[in-house]
Design a binder for this molecule. Sequence first.
Ligand code: CA
Ligand code: CA
Length: 252
Amino acid sequence: MLILGPFTYTFLLWYCKSEWMEVAKEVEMKKRVALCGAVVIVLLLLAGCALFQPVGPPLITVIPTSGAVHTSANVLGSGFGETQGASSVTFHGVQAAVLLWSNTSITVRVPVIATPNGSPTATSVRVIVAGTPFASAQFTVVRGILFETNRDGNSEIYVMNPDGSGQTNLTNNPAWDSFPCWSPDGTEIAFESTRDGNNEIYVMDADGSDQTNLTNHPDGDWFSRAGRPTGQRSPSRLTAMAVCPSSGPSHR
Ligand SMILES: [Ca+2]
Ligand SMILES: [Ca+2]
């Protein structure tokens, strides 16, 4: 009996312990099942959110870099690729000259769309990456107001926003520069200048770059305007005459 006592005690202890372990295992198993179920539910919810999340084009922002007119603009976003390659940017379907291309920023010269009466024109900007439409945004093309001023000590051609802000010297030349006028598509400006020693007709890009002497003649060359003489060369032969109306300003 003395022997059976410890044996019985050990047996009962083992039995109870086994029972307890079984119960503990069952509780642990239930916990794990509950945990797995919760994980599955969370995963399903996440998948559902991703599945039903609206898929749209990547967001891009178009901001002008010029204070005067929108002659250049930065297209900000991501995923453009590090190099331009076969990619491009269009404004209202017109391809813009790309000045700088990186994965997150594209600098373009805005191809000023025909802006009847110089009024602001809303246009759609599209980024095409490797030949495939990638993203789009809205942008308002503004044709600046051209004017002359002597504020820098000699006549210069300036451009400003329609509200008078962003006044920018486009010519920056010590000679006389005057009579600016937009080309019909707003991408170029024709003007007169004496920088080569006599009057010449020049053309420059809308941002003032690439100023080119069109006439390049030792005699005087002017636009034809009502009430003032024309140059000694026939103005009708000049490219600039195609963009400057003969009824243009006459103030000298
Ligand atoms: Ca000047
Ligand atoms: Ca000349």
